[in-house]
Design a protein around this ligand. Structure first.
Ligand SMILES: [Zn+2]
Ligand SMILES: [Zn+2]
Length: 119
């Protein structure tokens, strides 16, 4: 846990003029996994400050996690769009004929494009 001050604090702590303690290791780990493409629709665990996490149970908008939130929100929006689309497709499919629709999604692995050429 690291004590941050001034503008580095999250909004809730700035507002309440309290100490803002953040788990920098969790934030670094969260950022690493986001960079590796493992973006979830929720903020990586431990990226909220201690107060938001333990007593406020609010979203913690630390300036240093703003980039993570961008990714999380984008992912969330994408999932919401996918869900709406899937539901619409499901409905029309149900009208046409009752197919067995499985909800399983295949995980697509990203290929590194540049590694194709041999020396
Ligand atoms: Zn805080
Ligand atoms: Zn906070």
């Amino acid at each position: 846990m690291k004590l941050v001050g001034g503008v580095a604090r999250c909004c809730n702590c700035v507002q309440d003029r309290t100490e803002c303690r953040v788990n920098t290791r969790a934030i670094i780990q969260g950022r690493t996994s986001v960079k590796a493409g493992r973006v979830t629709a929720r903020a990586p665990t431990g990226t909220s400050c201690l107060r938001c996490n333990m007593s406020l149970h609010r979203l913690c908008d630390l300036p240093r996690t703003a980039d993570l939130w961008e990714k999380v929100n984008a992912k969330r929006a994408m999932l919401a769009t996918e869900k709406t689309k899937a539901e619409a497709e499901k409905k029309s499919a149900e009208v046409e004929e009752k197919k067995v629709a499985s909800g399983s999604k295949q995980k697509s692995t990203e290929e590194l494009g540049a590694a194709g050429r041999l020396k």
